[in-house]
Design a protein around this ligand. Structure first.
Ligand SMILES: Cc1cc2nc3c(=O)[nH]c(=O)nc-3n(C[C@H](O)[C@H](O)[C@H](O)COP(=O)(O)OP(=O)(O)OC[C@H]3O[C@@H](n4cnc5c(N)ncnc54)[C@H](O)[C@@H]3O)c2cc1C
Length: 489
């Protein structure tokens, strides 16, 4: 008889684990508290608009291909992927700058910003490519069980060479004098829940992903790949139970044997939590069954939350591209409000996604779909009054930035921040990304893929190795599936 697995959560990582295990012969049941798949990549529909609620950058296509090929499938057969051109627009003090996928076509911009800027960018990206290749070959697609896995001389030499022991910000400062180029090389650290100063230099591989692999978009929105994975899992026999929160992980003689839900108990040979790690440990397990005590969590560097506005406008905004970034002149002050002295920022950088520039299906004709995101510290006080005043700051600034009013043109809008992250995903401290990628929250230092206290209880998703971002959560699921096959297959 097939072995059975119960997965808590239909986020990207839960879906990837479900599709791989079902494909490899397991009977899989997924319980999800919300009514749709995708986790943080779920969608909000209103007035003919379709808003992606979380991720909007489809990066690192090879990670999607890797997963799909394991299922004998190809992503392009399931969704229409387009390379964005330009990749994104940066608004800064000197006016807008567009970055395009063909790097050479950006040469003029980099040379204008800094003498020999383009040559320096090429050299920087050579190292980023090496960091990327080394990571994919040696670090990402493997599990870490003990710190000794990291202590081989080979690892340390590679780590030193690739900048594991310096920050991404230090590498960019060493290589560039121009502030905007440094920011272009550093902004992607926010994608993985950190800042250029607290993220190891090895993660400047993100610049290779951004500038060499480029920025993609699945037509129909970021939930499309998630829905494709759900379908593939179902085709292999997986069952999905929506609006079904796990309320307790059932443990018998030290082994996980299933979960309790409002509609009853579901038994399985292994239980995999894709739900928030902190929530799983503290709300679904008894104190003696937890691998990590509260004092462990207190010492973690928590990744940012996000202040998000989903907004539908009754007019087009031609000044915008699909992806738009505003970098504040003094962005270290903003990072300080996130990581050092948590508070709502007065001056901030932000991101505006306008997918209706690419995809007519996400807004009614002649209208614009906007998504504003300001990274803010996790765990902040989030009252209606604070939301409203921060909302006004963001929208006022944006109107000034583009020199056009938008307020009279708003047809629909919704704010989503700390309280919503907690209500929607049980997210610890209302964080968007949960754990930053500091050196001591990388690889073996991330929470483990398996419980140290309860046998047959496993974890997948952005808390675990390799970490934050959809591609990483797909890899997390693959690494875990290999481990489960090894231990139970
Ligand atoms: C605003 C935002 C923007 C982002 N932008 C990008 C981007 O552009 N590109 C990118 O690659 N990544 C981006 N990310 C990161 C990326 O979205 C995440 O890393 C990834 O989606 C996390 O997937 P996951 O499966 O680990 O967890 P989740 O998506 O959190 O999935 C966990 C699931 O578990 C469910 N759950 C929780 N508790 C229970 C319970 N008790 N019972 C049942 N179900 C439960 C939740 O409802 C959820 O569906 C962004 C994230 C956010 C929030």
């Amino acid at each position: 008889m097939n072995k059975t697995s119960l997965i808590i959560g239909a986020g990207y990582s839960g879906l990837a684990a479900a599709s791989v295990l079902a494909h490899e012969g397991w009977h899989v049941t997924v319980v999800e508290k919300n009514s749709q798949c995708g986790g943080r990549a779920q969608v909000h529909r209103d007035q003919g608009f379709l808003f992606d609620m979380g991720p909007s950058w489809y990066l690192m296509p090879p990670a999607f291909e890797h997963l799909f090929s394991r299922l004998n499938e190809n992503p392009q057969d399931h969704y229409d992927l387009v390379r964005l051109n330009p990749s994104y627009r940066i608004f800064n003090q000197q006016g807008p700058v567009d970055i395009v996928p063909d790097l050479e076509q950006n040469a003029e911009i980099f040379n204008r910003l800094e003498q020999n800027g383009y040559q320096k960018v090429l050299r920087y990206l050579e190292r980023a490519e090496e960091q990327y290749n080394t990571s994919v070959e040696s670090f990402l697609y493997r599990d870490y069980e003990s710190v000794f896995d990291l202590l081989s001389p080979g690892f340390l030499i590679k780590g030193l060479k690739l900048g594991l022991f310096r920050s991404a910000g230090q590498l960019a400062k060493k290589d560039f004098e121009n502030d905007l180029i440094r920011k272009i090389m550093g902004y992607t650290m926010v994608f993985i829940g950190g800042s250029p100063d607290n993220t190891p230099g090895m993660y400047s591989l993100m610049s290779y992903i951004d500038l060499r692999q480029n920025v993609w978009y699945p037509m129909g929105g970021m939930n499309k790949p998630a829905s494709a994975m759900e379908k593939l899992a179902r085709n292999s026999g997986a069952e999905f139970l929506y609006n079904t929160p796990a309320e307790e992980i059932l443990v018998d003689s030290g082994k996980a044997v299933g979960v309790r839900t409002p509609s009853g108990e579901i038994r399985a040979d292994v239980v995999i939590s894709n739900a928030d790690y902190h929530h799983t440990e503290t709300d679904l397990l008894k104190p003696e069954q937890r691998s990590y005590p509260e004092k462990y969590w207190k010492k973690r560097t928590v990744a940012p939350s996000a202040f998000i506005i989903y907004m539908g406008l009754d007019k087009k905004l031609d000044q915008l591209l699909h992806h738009n970034l505003y970098f504040h002149g003094n962005w270290s002050e903003h990072f300080e409000t996130i990581f050092d002295q948590p508070r709502w920022p007065d001056k901030f950088s932000y991101y505006v996604c306008c997918p209706s520039r690419t995809d007519p299906s996400v807004a009614p004709e002649g209208q614009e779909n906007l998504f504003f995101l300001v990274p803010v510290a996790a765990g902040l006080n989030d009252t209606d009054q604070i939301r409203q005043s921060f909302y006004t700051k963001v929208v006022d600034h944006f109107e000034q930035l583009i020199g056009e009013t938008i307020k009279p043109h708003i047809i629909t809008q919704r704010i989503f921040t700390h309280r919503d992250f907690i209500d929607s995903y049980h997210s610890w401290k209302g964080s968007a990304f949960n754990l930053a990628h500091t050196l001591f929250q990388t690889a073996v230092f991330r929470p483990s893929h398996s419980s140290k206290k309860v046998k047959n209880l496993y974890f997948t998703g952005q808390y675990t190795h390799p970490g934050v971002g959809i591609p990483m959560t797909l890899i997390s699921a693959e690494v875990l599936a290999d481990r489960i096959q090894k231990e139970h297959g």
